[in-house]
Design a protein around this ligand. Structure first.
Ligand SMILES: *Cc1c(COP(=O)(O)O)cnc(C)c1O
Length: 402
């Protein structure tokens, strides 16, 4: 049991708390599901990019899946070795590609023919060979929220199968490219196995077809996307997940690369916010809290559900309320019509499942300083990011007239 009250007293609110032991358990379970096969976990840094969190996964042996040079630098700072770092993303700049090649990471996940051309050119300028993987868009509907669906031809990610094949042939004929991997990632918060299996089958077929023309892929990168329980979702069993993937790899000797983000971090995290006011109008009850959409955007962005727990001495009846923050947007809410007891000034609300896409999606909108972050493990707690100050917020601004 985490003593949220004590942590809120010590570190103030709003506050993020991450349970590192939970992250360990999730990591070990997923790794275990692929045992007996060569596999590598590459933690999706964007889900929670605090250095202490990345370091924690590094200590478990994880690699890193990064979507910007900033994330790659974080991965290095956290001690992840270059040969376990992957660079994904649909719009890498020349500078990012150059630095990734210089840092000699495991491979770059290439997402278009044009990008393949840039990578080749930059590798040539550097007089080296760049290991690449190609992100295939299998055109499979992952049946998740449209904002986090990535594997349909409507989505900007990856390339179609025939384009991929052409790109592999080009890469294989280039002095400066070494095609060693294949990649797909069809979306996030996936709770259906079938689309994952179907995508893997399509991609594995491409690997087999490449093999017949002497292009040997070594890394089968299945992306991330495993869904977690926010509310009543029925999630995919890890054993079934691994078996479905492995069943598509008949006759292939590949290292399976998995890029889990949310699965490792979402339910390890809590966002704690303090009640400022109760407010009732003719129609609705509002609970106004000190945290806001600039701290945790998911409800505003995806209408996402987060379980919310009240820490209060009040024990009376629960009534529906909208839980809203101080930001000047009607989208600034954590929940609507959520059952809560009457709350007093300074009572706490604990917003669950906030470890993934929480702090990292935060902003300084309304000139609000970002929250502090605290890690807990084995009954101990420690500050892993200081609360921002007003001075931090204005530090980079320059005067137009002086
Ligand atoms: C975002 C992302 C992930 C992680 O997704 P989760 O849903 O958090 O597991 C993995 N791979 C790629 C390429 C991504 O863009």
């Amino acid at each position: 049991m985490i003593n949220f009250k004590e942590l809120a007293d010590e570190y103030k609110t709003p506050l993020y708390i991450y349970n590192l032991d939970y992250m360990t358990q999730q990591y070990e379970k997923l790794k275990e599901a692929f045992k007996g096969r060569k596999s590598m976990m590459a933690y999706a840094v964007k889900s929670n990019s605090n250095l202490s969190v990345i370091k924690h996964f590094s200590s478990l042996g994880s690699g890193a899946d990064c979507v910007s040079i900033g994330e790659i630098r974080r991965a290095f700072l956290a001690g992840i070795p270059s040969y376990k770092i992957i660079f994904s993303g649909v719009g890498k700049s020349d500078d990012e590609i150059r630095e990734a090649i210089e840092k000699d990471i495991l491979y770059i996940n290439v997402e278009s023919e044009a990008e393949l051309g840039r990578v080749e050119l930059i590798a040539k300028e550097l007089d080296t060979t760049c290991r690449i993987s190609i992100r295939v868009n299998p055109n499979i509907d992952p049946q998740t929220h449209p904002y986090i669906s990535t594997g349909l031809h409507d989505n900007k990610f990856g390339v179609e199968i025939d384009t991929a094949k052409r790109m592999y042939i080009k890469a294989n004929n280039s002095q400066n490219l070494d095609p060693i991997g294949i990649h797909f990632h069809i979306g996030s918060q996936l709770t259906e196995l079938k689309p994952i299996y179907e995508s893997a089958e399509i991609v594995a077929d491409l690997v087999r077809s490449l093999k017949t023309i002497k292009i040997d892929i070594k890394f089968f990168d299945i992306g991330g996307g495993l869904g977690v329980k926010y509310n009543k979702e029925i999630t995919i069993e890890l054993y079934d997940y691994a078996q479905a993937i492995l069943s598509t790899l008949r006759g292939l000797d590949l290292t399976v690369v998995c890029e889990p983000g949310r699965f490792l971090t979402a339910n390890a995290g809590y966002f704690i916010t303090k009640v400022l006011y109760e407010k009732q109008n003719r129609k609705k009850r509002f609970v106004v809290v000190d945290g806001a959409m600039n701290d945790l955007l998911r409800p505003a962005l995806y209408n996402a559900y987060h379980k919310i727990e009240a820490i209060t001495d009040n024990t009376g009846d629960e009534n529906k309320a909208d839980i809203v923050g101080p930001v000047c947007e009607s989208g600034d809410f954590f929940a609507k019509d959520y059952l809560l007891p009457n709350l007093e000034h300074n009572d706490l609300l604990v917003i669950h499942s906030a470890g993934a896409y929480g702090f990292g999606m935060g902003s300084n909108y309304n000139t609000r300083a970002r929250s502090a972050e605290v890690a807990i493990s084995d009954g101990m707690h420690r500050l892993i990011r200081k609360r921002e100050t007003f001075d931090n917020l204005v530090a980079l601004e320059l005067e137009f007239l002086d």
